[in-house]
Design a protein around this ligand. Structure first.
Ligand code: G3P
Ligand code: CA
Length: 452
């Protein structure tokens, strides 16, 4: 248990989790289960070390609702937070900025123009002016009446309703402005449930000076040359790159984990990308679709419980040690079980299952087909086959060469008589003339030489 989050492990595998652990003012803990009474016996309570935000082995991705459930409700409002919470988000991500009179409000843009019925920069508007704005009608009529929440209202709501807060200090802030945010968090008794992140290095430095107990995340839209060094310098608990930035070098996750730093990636709404990021080992996904990611996590967990530890994969065609000639067009065929995705390459270049291989386009000799099956773990299979010279293959090369009839006829005549050495010399000379391309001429010559 940390804050309102709890995970149950059975023999080292996560069996259940919640982000809605209720805690009374006097510290009594209770698990809220709809319609059920739950009792626990023989509890042994052990103090845990400071929470690591690195995803334990066997646990699904941490669901972080970007500006609340912003695909379903107006961003950065209490209603979008409620939908995110009910959709299974562990964290709600909100942006904070001060009003003209210094009150921290939850708003993403520098102005209120896009997400309210008002206009103007938030830093030029007083609390009274901000409180009067409608922050819901722009999204849909059903949300008319939603307000721009103060950070204080946001924290009070989270405290009573559940969910932890990934609080982005948006834009440059003075030390005093950060101090106001920290005081608000402390006044609400929420330091154990707030994670601060920012693109602004100075905002993180001020937060660390003022409240070293608050975990910090650095937002980046491109990777640092040495993310671990940056994390150490800024006392980070998390390094939070954009999806585009991480995809340039997913290998940074390993180094950050070794340094005890979690990696949360923004803003990712596609299941295909969740799959790739889970395989890359990232810890959390900041998404506009928290309910969908929670559902995806549930399926992921279910598959882990029912699937074998690692997927199985084998290559059926071209089979290992096969010696196809150039008249054949083998179809890439792979068999796999328990895999979410199978990536295939031929000599390092991507190919697809079901693709016909044009052997006339391959050099004679060995070629390697490789399959990588990704599921709960990764399994690979390789097939090394040999493109081989044969009389039939040579006939195929001649007949599909596109050369003029008299050239084809001369070559097939030589082939019929078994005059391979002559054919090789003749094809070399003829290459580039009368419809016989230089490449195909050279290939016919090489094949004939091999048969001579
Ligand atoms: O949490 C990451 C993400 O919120 C950063 O971008 O512009 O949505 O605040 P933005
Ligand atoms: Ca944000």
């Amino acid at each position: 248990m940390h804050g309102t989050g709890a995970r149950w492990f059975f023999n080292g595998t996560e069996a259940m989790r919640t982000s809605r652990l209720a805690r009374s003012a006097t510290g009594v803990e209770a698990l809220v289960v709809n319609g059920a009474t739950v009792s626990f016996d023989d509890l042994k309570v052990t103090e845990l070390p400071a929470e690591s935000h690195i995803r334990p082995m066997g646990s699904p991705l941490t669901v972080i609702a970007h500006r609340g459930a912003s695909s379903a409700a107006p961003e950065n409002t209490l209603v979008s937070d409620e939908i995110a919470r009910r959709g299974g988000a562990a964290y709600i991500e909100n942006d904070v900025q001060p009003s003209k009179d210094g009150v921290p409000y939850v708003l993403h843009d520098a102005t209120v123009d896009r997400t309210t019925d008002g206009t103007g920069r938030i830093r030029d508007l007083t609390s009274a002016q901000l409180n009067a704005l409608d922050a819901g009608a722009w999204f849909a009529p059903a949300y008319e009446g939603a307000r721009v929440p103060t950070l204080a209202a946001q924290l009070a709501d989270l405290r009573s309703r559940g969910g932890d807060l990934l609080l982005e200090i948006k834009g440059a802030h003075t030390r005093d402005e950060v101090a106001t945010i920290v005081k608000t968090v402390r006044d609400h008794g929420m330091t154990g449930r707030v994670f601060v992140q920012s693109f602004e290095v100075s905002a993180l430095q001020y937060t660390h000076e003022l409240a070293p107990e608050l975990p910090l995340g650095l937002l980046r839209d491109s990777l640092d040359a040495d993310p671990v060094a940056v994390a150490e310098e800024l006392h980070l608990s998390a390094y939070n790159p954009s999806e585009g930035a991480l995809s340039k070098n997913p290998g940074v996750v390993k180094g950050l984990h070794a340094a005890g730093v979690a990696v949360n990636v923004w803003t990712v709404d596609s299941a295909a990308r969740w799959q790739a990021l889970e395989a890359a080992g990232v810890d959390g996904i900041i998404t506009n679709r928290p309910a969908e990611l929670s559902g995806w996590n549930a399926v992921w967990l279910q598959r882990r419980q029912t699937a074998p530890d690692a997927p199985a994969v084998s290559l059926v065609s071209p089979a290992a040690d096969a010696r196809p000639d150039r008249a054949q067009t083998p179809v890439v065929t792979v068999r796999s079980t328990g895999a979410d995705q199978v990536a295939l390459t031929l000599d390092g270049a991507p190919v697809s299952a079901g693709q016909s291989l044009d052997l006339a386009g391959l050099t004679a000799g060995e070629h390697t087909l490789r399959a990588e099956a990704i599921g709960p773990g990764t399994t690979t299979a390789t097939s090394v086959f040999t493109v081989t010279a044969s009389r039939t293959g040579l006939a195929h090369l001649i007949l599909t060469s596109g050369a003029e009839d008299h050239v084809v006829s001369t070559m097939t005549g030589m082939l019929g008589r078994g005059h391979y050495a002559h054919l090789a010399t003749w094809a070399k000379k003829q290459a580039g003339k009368a419809g016989l391309s230089a490449g195909r001429g050279a290939l016919i010559a090489a094949e004939a030489t091999a048969l001579a």
